[in-house]
Design a protein around this ligand. Sequence first.
Ligand SMILES: Nc1ncnc2c1ncn2[C@@H]1O[C@H](COP(=O)(O)OS(=O)(=O)O)[C@@H](OP(=O)(O)O)[C@H]1O
Length: 303
Amino acid sequence: MASESKFIDYIDEALEKSKETALSRLFFIHQGIPYPITMCTSETFQALDTFEARSDDMVLASYPKCGSNWILHIISELIFAESKKKYEYPEFPILECGDPEKYQRMKQFPSPRVLATHLHYDKLPGSIFKNKAKILVIFRNPKDTAVSFFHFHNDVPDIPSYGSWDEFFRQFMKGQVSWGSYFDFAVNWNKHLDDENVKFILYEDLKKNLAAGIKQNAELFGFSLTGEQIQTISAQSTFQAMRAKSQETHGAVGPFLFRKGEVGDWKNLFSETQNQEMDAKFKECLAGTSLGAKLKYESYCQA
Ligand SMILES: Nc1ncnc2c1ncn2[C@@H]1O[C@H](COP(=O)(O)OS(=O)(=O)O)[C@@H](OP(=O)(O)O)[C@H]1O
């Protein structure tokens, strides 16, 4: 039965498709990047070229498992605080997921529209830049990102599982997971973090100081909120608060999506060899870069 939430309906449909999909058949490649056939189609990618961004669209760009649902929640609370109207997602918020007609329907949606995406920078529709939509780029340290990704596959009963953490790690390092390589995604974004209309936020910073992160997001998207409103949103955006409501907000997958919400969980899975391999990859791709410094790798991945 269809629920009241488009969000939950979409997730349930994707889970239903996942049940019949073996890991070996999960991906299709579009412009060199693997995407899950349960969420993306080449027809939708083709239609995405016709998507017209607006200058007041709020674009949330992240690699999977870096906290997009957290930021989506914060943004909808910011909209609620200012408009007093609950922000209902008229479509599943990941821009590249859904049926090809979604971009036609989106033309009718009132502003502001909130669009999340896991697309790499160079795969984003050109109208986002042409029409100067604001983009918030969310990053999380690669070790916790990989661990979160692995658990999502292996904990959710209907999503194809990997044989072991070691197998997942090998595929993650090769970029043969949904939405491709974390490191390609990062290298691509590294050149654009100082572009006009682009702001960066780090999962670990948000975790350390939620109120400051919420304030920063509010400023980027032009919300003027009181300190009290920021505190209220902070209380509703903690991991515990979001996990407690996750079934209501995200359906059956909720408790798996809001799994642990910690920094440093990688220490429970990474072997010494895997640590060395990822440290070397980080060095090769990001050492000495602006994003490399912003990720605070020594603090979050080596301490
Ligand atoms: N409020 C809050 N505080 C701290 N951490 C949070 C919060 N909300 C979501 N999360 C954690 O974000 C991870 C899921 O990331 P995404 O939402 O980007 O996942 S997805 O790619 O859209 O499937 C996933 O990380 P792990 O718990 O490590 O698996 C979520 O728990």
